[in-house]
Design a protein around this ligand. Structure first.
Ligand code: 1HN
Length: 356
């Protein structure tokens, strides 16, 4: 939405009446009939130019989070947790709200060797970004996605999913869900289900090359989500060749898409991988959606409105909407890789998406 008028608008009422200006008896009569006057709240609901945001720029250091998550592995058996997760809660929304931004939930999940997290499905969409460990897998509607660092795995709305771990060391991943929005819409629920058998037909293999996709004329996948596992090795290679091909491009970024439609991989949140060249500084312009940054490889200096912190490997941060972000790769020798999640698909569908 663009401003059509200057703030020094003529004919504007300077200050509106307050609730306290109304006689108590009148207020009581309104309340008794489930009525409320708009004018005392109008400015708060529609502030000038920049929306009110509860989301605070928040940084979670993996180094200090990890021991607490491993401790949860000692304190709480998987049977008592179902999903053993520490939620990355934005203090601006209140820790108990368990949300990182208006539409984004973040959690760090731990699965120990031999453990299983049973099958269920739910209305919120989820993705997993694998942070550490090998040997675990997620089974999504029968497709077995191996979990290795940097891999992105979708579990879209309504799809069965369960996790297991055949390896020797703890596996940790970042869950990103749109549950705050789906819950707010009063549409959040889950269903438990039986263990599924893994089936052949790995989407990640069928759609491994962006320029060519299986010919659907002969063999329609019939799936709304044909690709569920996005191996980091492929995404990393795509970023490196993009950087090499376009040496003058500032933002070396790829979007995780549905390979059959070319659209965002999921409906509500968007997912991206960003590469910073050695020594590169990059300014991400202020845009309406809140966004998450998660460092896959390397170290990045981040500055958000004067709040500065270093995103070390496996660190996660969230930034509110309408806020520019300055990034700088701390290494002069190696590229840095960042996974990003944001609310862009939602904002575009709602018609509120904007860049400032
Ligand atoms: C969920 O189903 C998982 O399947 C993780 O691993 C985190 C947070 C809220 C609601 C459902 C999972 C979740 C979740």
């Amino acid at each position: 939405m663009q401003d059509t008028q200057d703030t020094k608008d003529t004919g504007r009422f300077e200050s509106l009446g307050r609730l306290e200006d109304l006689p108590q008896s009148y207020r009581d009569e309104l309340t008794a009939q489930n009525l409320a006057p708009l004018w005392p709240s109008l400015r708060a609901m529609l502030p000038p130019h920049v929306p009110a945001r509860r989301t605070e720029t928040t940084h979670w250091a993996y180094r200090s989070l990890r021991p607490l998550l491993l401790k949860a592995g000692e304190l709480t058996p998987i049977e008592k947790a179902e999903r053993r997760v520490l939620v990355l809660a934005n203090p601006g929304h209140g820790i108990d709200k368990m949300q990182a931004s208006p539409a984004i939930y973040l959690g760090m999940q731990l699965l120990l060797p031999g453990e299983k997290a049973p099958a269920h499905r739910h209305t919120p969409n989820a993705v997993r970004m694998v942070v550490e460990g090998t040997g675990a897998w997620t089974l999504v509607d029968g497709e077995k996605c191996p979990m290795n660092r940097g891999d992105l795995i979708l579990t879209p709305s309504g799809m069965w999913h369960e996790h297991g771990h055949d390896g020797a060391d703890p596996v940790i991943w970042l869950d990103v869900l749109d549950i705050p929005l789906v819950y707010y819409m009063e549409t959040s629920y889950h269903v438990e289900g039986p263990h599924q058998e893994a089936q052949a037909g790995q989407g990640a293999k069928a759609y491994a090359r962006g320029g060519v996709v299986p010919t659907t004329v002969f063999q329609r996948s019939g799936k709304r989500y044909p690709m569920l596992c996005y191996p980091w090795a492929d995404t990393r290679a795509a970023l490196l060749s993009l950087a090499e091909d376009q040496p003058d491009t500032g933002a070396v970024q790829v979007t995780y898409v549905n390979p059959e439609t070319g659209r965002d991989a999921e409906n509500i949140l968007g997912f991206y991988a960003l590469m910073l060249r050695p020594g590169q500084s990059l300014r991400l312009a202020a845009r309406s959606p809140a966004q998450v940054l998660h460092q896959i490889e390397g170290q990045t200096d981040v500055d958000v409105d004067g709040k500065a912190f270093a995103l070390l490997e496996a660190d996660t941060a969230v930034v509110p909407g309408y806020t520019a972000v300055e990034l700088r790769n701390r290494s002069e020798l190696e590229p840095a890789f960042i996974f990003m999640a944001d609310e862009s698909p939602l904002h575009r569908k709602l018609g509120v998406y904007e860049t400032r």
